[in-house]
Each structure stands twice: as structure tokens, then as C-alpha cells.
Write a protein of this length. Structure first.
Length: 68
């Protein structure tokens, strides 16, 4: 089973809306942060960057995720 999990990530005093992709062996393949929090979300979450905006090669094929 490949797992895509939405989490709240805290990093150096900032909070991010993030997603983690784990492969079938439990290995963390990708962490991505939501790029642009919308309206009231901006009071809580920081803006991410596009560093994690890519697909992950998993045992079942290519997997990507977006937060909207």
C-alpha cells in the first residue's frame, strides 16, 4: 500500500499544511508543502515553496499530490 498523508508540519516556528508520500516499504518518498494558503488559512499556515511539487516513483507507479 502507498500512503499519501496530509499533516500539519511545524518547522522553525512556522506551521505548514503538508503532505507525505510513503512507499509500500514505509519509506518516506516525498514531503510537499501547500504553496499558497487561502484567505483565513494565512492566519495559521505559512506559504510553502515548490520544492516538493513533483511526483514520487513508487512500487505501484508514479504518485503525486496537491492540496487545494
Amino acid at each position: 500500500m502507498v500512503v499519501v498523508l496530509g499533516v500539519n508540519e511545524r518547522d522553525h516556528g512556522s506551521l505548514y499544511n503538508a503532505q507525505l508520500i510513503f512507499d509500500t516499504d514505509g519509506e518516506l518518498l516525498l514531503k510537499r508543502r501547500k504553496i499558497m494558503p487561502t484567505f483565513h488559512e494565512r492566519m495559521i499556515w505559512s506559504m510553502g515553496d515548490a520544492a516538493g511539487l513533483k511526483v514520487a516513483e513508487t512500487h505501484i507507479g508514479r504518485v503525486g499530490a496537491l492540496a487545494c
